[in-house]
Design a protein around this ligand. Structure first.
Ligand code: DGL
Length: 275
């Protein structure tokens, strides 16, 4: 079944679901098709060129399913591929992610903000340009939180091992007076409760998902591409990894029971599920 009225959304894994959830909440009439490339998660420790190849293959697949707009719900894939995808597919509107340094720099009182993101995101030109444009006069602390994406993929949202990764990253930031903390990876909003326990009420945690969903709405409106205004939009989740495992995880992660199907990552293209 191919619909020509859907929004394609993708990430390396479950992180993009933090963005998908917000798009569904703000635009409940839109049909959403999400691809989690769990066969290749994590993206963040891979070379940018390799992530760009994955992003292009997934984009081609979403376009073949009739996507009218594509959301790159992954900071790493946005750093690696967003400008390339816009050049390669000039007719398709893309909405990507960039670490929310701008709102953090605007809101900080202490003049110290923290960014948690993957190594690839910090290496990309997009991050450097965001810091350069918006964080003049502000101290920006960074941490790549090694192992955190894997913990979240495993469903360990509150375990002592996950808490230890966050403690190691956040204690030095707190010692330097951080008061705004940017979720620069779409996986990390799923551990915000744990982060808030560590940093306490004096630190504002910024999840960019609501702003990304608003941007999706603006782009759809500007191009006259909106779907139904009120409710009824479908959500379908596809994974290049283990569909049964993701199906079982979704209710715990999001409180949702959206259909989850497997998608094969073949030679340079994705193979559609048999439906
Ligand atoms: N969720 C992704 C991001 O926003 C990527 C995590 C990963 O696969 O390393 O950067």
């Amino acid at each position: 079944m191919t619909s020509t009225d859907l929004i394609g959304v993708f990430d390396s894994g479950v992180g993009g679901l933090s963005v998908l959830r917000e798009i569904h909440r703000q635009l409940p009439g839109e049909n959403l098709l999400f691809v989690a490339d769990q066969a290749h998660v994590p993206y963040g420790s891979r070379p940018l060129e390799e992530v760009r190849v994955f992003a292009e293959v997934i984009t081609r697949y979403l376009l073949s399913r009739g996507a009218k707009l594509i959301v790159v719900a992954c900071n790493t894939a946005s750093a690696a591929a967003l400008s390339y995808l816009r050049q390669r597919f000039p007719k398709t509107p893309f909405v990507g992610m960039e670490p929310a340094v701008k709102p953090a720099a605007e809101r900080t009182q202490s003049g110290v903000v923290g960014v948690l993101a993957t190594p690839a995101t910090f290496q990309g030109k997009l991050y450097a340009s965001v810091v350069d444009r918006f964080a003049q006069g502000v101290t920006v602390l960074q941490d790549v939180c090694p192992g955190l994406v894997e913990q979240i993929e495993r469903g360990e949202l509150t375990s002592p091992a996950t808490a230890a990764i966050l403690e190691r990253a956040l204690r030095p930031m707190l010692a330097q007076g951080v008061d705004c903390l940017v979720m620069g990876c779409t996986h990390y909003p799923f551990v915000i409760p744990l982060i808030e326990e560590i940093v306490g009420p004096g630190v504002e945690v910024i999840d960019p998902a609501p702003a990304v969903a608003r941007q999706v709405e603006r782009v759809l409106r500007a191009r006259g591409l909106q779907g139904k205004a009120s409710g009824g939009g479908t959500v379908r989740v596809l994974t290049t990894g283990d569909a049964a495992k993701l199906r079982a995880f979704l209710p715990r992660l999001l409180g949702e029971r959206w259909p989850v199907e497997a998608l094969g990552f073949g030679e340079g293209e994705l193979e559609a599920p048999e439906t």
